[in-house]
Write a protein that binds this ligand. Structure first.
Ligand code: SAH
Length: 348
């Protein structure tokens, strides 16, 4: 295992490993190697951010989706999903409530719901920015065209989350229907960055057909692309999808990838995701201890939370905004961290 620790040291020094070295690290790790990476990652994140965690409030404003991603519980073919949309007023009031409880970033996430035109979405962004000029707005609306992203950026959106899901084209094809394109998703990421969005990429760990080579490609892609944010969570099956019987992703590998991402891209904004908190009750705390520095609790109205089910057993669907906020505070305190009240922008 000494040689795997040397690879971690090498990643730390050069911010690069070859594909074969990545595969070696991703196949050979054990508890000791993962702890070694976590310690290194944690010392990087505390030297950069202190023992402070940025929070982002997510408003899941629609679960209608035109896409049919095989892993996702809100795919269009899932006829059991009860569909909902929030009105502008409801979205705004989620943000207002979030503001009161200390959020300074609002993330608007949805399925790809064409009911909201780009102009309408831009208007929602403008309304939030007007009500809360000291806050950042992050969008996570899936794939659009350049002109749409441009309009949203001009309306004041600061950040955009679009996980690449997998950097291996063949693997992409096994997770998505033929009408969806790997090239288009990658092109979106390039455009978002070019437009000046703080841009987030990311992947599910243990998605069906994923191999260590796929993850090696993900790491090489992220080394090249240098996302400002990286969303990494375990794949979790949803009962109404073709992947219902597929095994969950590995909790340990998810933590390891968080650490390796922190070591490779020291300044990256790295959430301990809801999926990580779902697979293990203290998953988000352990994510922080493995190098994450962001948590993204839910601001959606409690009445719709259960309907935004990307995977089974998603946590925090019974809780209110203030319950989530204070639960989080005590979770962070239990590991010696505190919640930071600021926009928490990316900085070099
Ligand atoms: N429509 C937007 C938002 C997608 S939902 C978009 O296309 O970007 C946000 C993320 O949830 C996805 O990018 C995916 O990585 C993750 N996700 C979806 N289904 C999941 C599942 N079954 N298990 C774990 N994560 C999942």
């Amino acid at each position: 295992m000494e040689d795997l620790k040397l690879l971690i040291d090498k990643l730390d020094r050069h911010k690069h490993l070859d594909k074969s070295e990545w595969v070696c690290l991703l196949t050979g790790h054990d508890d000791e190697v993962r702890s070694y990476a976590a310690e290194k990652a944690r010392s990087i994140s505390t030297s950069k951010f202190g023992r402070k965690i940025f929070i982002r409030g997510i408003v899941e404003f629609s679960n209608y989706c035109k896409n049919d991603c095989l892993y996702c519980g809100i795919r269009r073919s899932n006829l059991n999903a009860q569909r909902y949309r929030l009105t502008d007023e409801e979205i705004l009031s989620c943000c207002d409530e979030g503001y009161e409880t200390g959020y300074r970033t609002f993330v608007l996430q949805s399925g790809e719901d064409r009911h909201y035109t780009t102009e309408h979405l831009a208007d929602i962004v403008r309304q939030i920015k007007k009500a809360h000029p000291d806050c950042a707005v992050t969008l996570s609306l899936g794939e659009l065209e350049y002109d749409d992203y441009k309009l949203l950026r001009e309306a004041g959106a600061d950040r955009y989350l679009l996980r690449h899901e997998t950097a291996d084209k063949e693997h992409y094809g096994k997770l998505h229907p033929a009408e969806m394109s790997f090239e288009h998703r990658m092109k979106c990421l390039e455009q978002l960055k070019e437009l000046g969005f703080q841009t987030g990429a990311g992947l599910m760990v243990g998605s069906p057909f994923q191999t260590p080579e796929c993850i090696a490609e993900d790491m090489l892609f992220m080394e090249r692309f240098k996302p400002h944010m990286i969303g990494i969570g375990p794949f979790l099956p949803h009962k109404d999808t073709p992947f219902r019987d597929e095994p969950k992703g590995s909790y340990e590998l998810t933590l390891f990838l968080l650490s390796l991402s922190r070591i490779m891209l020291p300044n990256v904004l790295l959430p301990a995701t809801t999926a990580l908190g779902t697979i293990r009750s203290d998953g988000r705390e352990q994510g922080v201890l493995a190098g994450a520095n962001v948590i993204m609790p839910n601001l959606s109205p409690t009445a719709v939370r259960k309907k935004y089910m990307l995977y089974d057993n998603k946590i925090c669907t019974e809780d209110s905004t203030s319950e989530c906020r204070f639960c989080l505070q005590s979770r962070m305190k239990s590991i010696g961290y505190e919640v930071e009240i600021s926009r928490g922008d990316y900085s070099e």
